[in-house]
Design a protein around this ligand. Sequence first.
Ligand code: PEP
Ligand code: MN
Length: 306
Amino acid sequence: MSSRGLRPQSLAGVRLAEGRPARRAAAVRAVVLVKQPPPFRMASRETHPEGTVVAAGEVNIGTGRLVVMAGPCSVESRQQIREAARRVKAAGADMLRGGAYKPRTSPYDFQGLGRKALAWLSEAGRECGLPVVTEVVSPEDVDLVAEHADLLQVGARNMQNYALLRRLAIAPKPVLLKRGPSATILEWLLAAEYLLSGGNPHVVLCERGIRTFETAMRNTLDLAGVALVKSLSHLPVVVDPSHGTGKRALVPPASRAAAAVGADGLLIEVHPCPERALSDGEQSLDPAEFAALMRTLRPHAVAAHA
Ligand code: PEP
Ligand code: MN
């Protein structure tokens, strides 16, 4: 038998003399070091060295060009989401975001307008030529949300909702998987593994900040983790600097930092009038602030007119 053909099991029956290195035992022809694959075998770059490109509608994520998804935290009215879509498109955004189903920490907070918000969101996206990303919070809603959205968002609170992940694994649309606020990178990649192993290869990861001892910001945006995940996995990684910082003034510098560490895209909250937002106004940019940020991210782009 050639040493190549020697499988690890072949070593099992070999009795080695006490204290002798395996290599020198008479019955051992070769010692083969078998590298364990990482537990996230389908998400791993070891098994798939090329970066994956995920298509959300007409937009490709993971090509090396920074994809910007922008819009309000919540869809609040038909007029609000149309206005938001028009303004983010004019500033150069590639995709429109907006929540119809909102997972809120308090049951007394605005929970989203559900089905009608989905219809307004997809209409606004179509009008402006922007694919849409929106959150789905329960397995029963996956079909409905998939009819309206180009990219299905799994919120941070649901990263380990395995019933939802299993359902999304058989959905006909790509998935944006946010990192849980207390999830390790291994747990995040294993959550992605549920989607991949269940049959959906179209997965985008999203870093949105984790909970640490620091309370000066809403979360701690783990940008080193983004660079690490880009090296560990072939999946595209986007960054949400809005939830990652919780503060409007920190969104532009955090966005530029995310681009610098190699993020494939950004998910940014933009509201036509943040002071009146029903959720996350304090971390939302107004359209002028968003346009100014886009000019720093894409200094050579020709500005479109609103
Ligand atoms: C959101 O994108 O509005 C949202 C609820 O995000 P997260 O799940 O990261 O808190
Ligand atoms: Mn939000």
